[in-house]
Ligand binder design. Structure first.
Ligand code: AHM
Ligand code: MG
Length: 356
């Protein structure tokens, strides 16, 4: 083989080295436009990528650095113990958007009220909703965690600073959503309504490079992902579904305790993730605006579905910033199977009520 033939073969085997599509460029390609809105979205995604790189960098060395792992001693608005990385990552997103002219408000799991950046507001009519580190219980044992984000347009002036417009709109008003998975490699997966695309961080370049374009979720997959430790606290319908998958061949359980990793597996390989309500807490654990709705947006874009069991996640209008919903998300057929158990239980309950 000549040197030139070697070069051609190498290029063929390593196309990523030939065509390094970065995130901001990909956004513009997807929108096929250089309009101000396209430029904004491209710049927004670039800032999110910057936050992701800063968080990934700290996570890769966390076990070696002072004051990085463990708890702060504080509890957040949800009553959960806050970890030092939660606070760090929350602040990283704020810093990435300060003086950006891009985002007027940020709302996150770690902040009771939205955070305003008044100098951005005249031009940056967007809101960033995010969970800076999701699955923080995995942090201290060096297992995957993630960040989740969504972007919405700010509707109205929000003069009283209460972000009421966010509580009047459903998840279909998201204009972009995505997550960052801090795993063996760091991946950023996003959608701006033109399919789902995944980027892998090349640490030697310090850039997210396109690695999977137009990700599609199969209509059915073998995985069911749920914390079965809650079995006896669930409604009977979810227990019946679980018994069904135990009794039928072709199902396998996977649960990592961090939503982003569990979701990522299902987005790529199919199956279903569930975080149902319990009898005591029917609303479940996961928050709508910065956990369930962004992932629902991605799943629909990839051909799957997301449901509360009673309605599509993207149709839910929040009644408060930190509202929780049950979540059933994944392959179309698998979400429908879980729902069929819920509907059957409702039918039985109604029949019992109707009994003389
Ligand atoms: P967090 O945002 O406080 O980390 O909580 C959300 C996490 C999800 O990542 C995960 O799916 C779920 O909580 C796990 O909860 P559990 O330990 O009850 O199974
Ligand atoms: Mg979370």
């Amino acid at each position: 083989m000549t040197e030139q033939e070697h070069a051609v073969e190498f290029e063929h085997k390593h196309p990523i080295d030939r065509d390094c599509t970065t995130l901001p460029r990909h956004v513009l390609q997807q929108l096929q436009s250089y309009s101000p809105e396209a430029q904004d979205l491209s710049a927004l995604m670039n800032r999110i990528a910057l936050a992701a790189k800063l968080i990934a960098r700290r996570l890769t060395r966390a076990g070696l650095m002072e004051d990085t792992l463990g708890f702060t001693g504080r509890t957040n608005v949800q009553g959960e113990a806050v970890k030092k990385m939660d606070l760090y990552a929350n602040q990283v997103f704020i810093s990435a958007f300060e003086q950006s002219g891009l985002v007027c408000r940020l709302a996150s799991e770690e902040m009771e009220e939205p955070y305003y950046i008044p100098e951005n507001c005249p031009v940056g009519r967007y809101t960033l909703l995010y969970d800076p580190i999701d699955g923080s219980s995995n942090l201290d044992v060096n297992i995957n965690v993630g960040s989740i984000f969504a972007i919405r347009r700010q509707e109205g002036e929000d003069l009283d600073g209460t972000a009421q417009d966010l509580l009047q709109e459903n998840g279909r008003r998201q204009i972009a959503a995505g997550y960052i998975l801090y795993g063996p490699s760091t991946m950023l997966v996003y959608s701006i309504g033109t399919g789902v695309h995944a980027f892998t961080l090349d640490p030697s370049l310090g850039e997210f490079i396109l690695s999977h374009e137009n990700v599609r979720t199969p209509d059915h997959g073998p995985v069911y992902s749920v914390n079965e430790g809650n079995f006896w606290q669930w409604d009977e319908s979810i227990r019946e579904y679980t018994r069904y998958v135990h009794r039928h061949e072709g199902y396998t359980a996977r649960y990592g305790g961090a939503l982003v990793g569990d979701f990522h597996r299902i987005l790529f390989q199919g199956g279903v993730f569930l975080y149902p309500g319990t009898v005591k807490k029917p609303e479940g654990k996961l928050r709508l605006l910065y956990e369930s709705a962004p992932l629902a947006y991605l799943m629909e874009q990839a051909g799957g579905r997301a449901s509360t069991g009673a309605q599509e996640i993207l149709d839910v209008v929040p009644d408060k910033l930190h509202m929780r919903t049950p979540l059933i998300i994944g392959s179309k057929d698998d979400v429908a199977l879980v729902e069929s158990f819920i509907h059957e239980q409702e039918r039985k309950t109604l029949a019992e009520v109707g009994k003389p």
